[in-house]
Design a protein around this ligand. Sequence first.
Ligand SMILES: Nc1ncnc2c1ncn2[C@@H]1O[C@H](COP(=O)(O)OP(=O)(O)O)[C@@H](O)[C@H]1O
Ligand SMILES: CC(=O)N[C@@H](CCC(=O)OP(=O)(O)O)C(=O)O
Length: 257
Amino acid sequence: MREKLTVIKVGGKIVEEEATLCKLLDDFAAIEGYKVLVHGGGRSATKIAARLGIESEMVNGRRITDAETLKVVTMVYGGLVNKNIVAGLQARGVNALGLTGADMDVIRSVKRPVKEVDYGFVGDVRQVNGTFLSDLIHKGVVPVMAPLTHDGKGCMLNTNADTIAGETAKALSGQFDVTLVYCFEKKGVLRDENDDDSVIPQITPEEFKQYVAEGVIQGGMIPKLENSFEALDAGVSEVVITLASAINSDSGTRIKK
Ligand SMILES: Nc1ncnc2c1ncn2[C@@H]1O[C@H](COP(=O)(O)OP(=O)(O)O)[C@@H](O)[C@H]1O
Ligand SMILES: CC(=O)N[C@@H](CCC(=O)OP(=O)(O)O)C(=O)O
C-alpha cells in the first residue's frame, strides 16, 4: 500500500493577511504524515507592482507577465511570500524547504506560445521532478513551492499556483496516495457565491459543465476545477476544495471522476 501524502495549495487572499496565514500555518503544521505546501500570492504581487508603478493585467485567470512584471513576481513569490511561509513553518517545528521550479530543476516549463493572447513570461509545465521531491519528503523535508518555474535556458517563468499544485500532486501520485486540497477564503464550491452555506458537497465532470453553463461556477474557480479533474485522471486519489481554516476537517467540496 502506498504511503499517504497531502498537497495543500493556499491562495493569495490567505497568504497576504497575517492572521489568516498564521492560522493556515498552524493547521498545516498539525497535518500528520507527509505533506507539501504550494502557495500563490497573486494579490501581494499586484499590490507591490502597483507601488512600483507597474499595472497588473489578468486574462482568463493568468497574469500577463512582461519583463518588469517577471522581476516583481520572482521577488514576491520566490522571496517574500515563500520565505515568510518557510520561516513561519520552521517556527512551528516543520522542517520546510522553499523551492521555485528552478531550484534543483524541480519544475521545468515552456514559455506559453502566443495565440490570441501574449502572456509574456508565463510557463506551461512540462516536467516535475517527482523522484527528487519524493526523496526529500522521505528525508523528513516539507517542500514549500512557489508559483515559479524555469525553462532550462536561464529564464524564470510565472506559473499559476493552482497548476503547480495539480502538477506536483500528479508527479507524486506514482509514489504516494495523494490528497490534493485547494484551500481558499470560502467554504467550498458554492451554489450561490453570496451564501456561504450553499456548499456543493461533491462535483462530477458532468455537473461541472452544467454549473459553468448556468454561471454558478466562474472566474478562478473554472481552472481550479479543470486542474482537479486532470489530477484525478492522472492518479491523484482525492481532490478537495475547502475553507483555509477547515483543512483538517471533512467539510468542503469533493471532486469526483
Ligand atoms: N461557485 C463558486 N464558489 C466559490 N467560489 C467561486 C465560485 N465561482 C467563482 N468563484 C470564485 O473563485 C475564486 C477562487 O479562485 P481564485 O481567485 O483563483 O482562488 P485562489 O484565491 O485560490 O487563487 C473565489 O474567490 C470566487 O470569487
Ligand atoms: C501565470 C499566473 O497567473 N501566475 C500567478 C501566480 C500566483 C498565483 O497563482 O497566486 P494565487 O494562487 O494567489 O492566485 C500570478 O502571477 O497571479
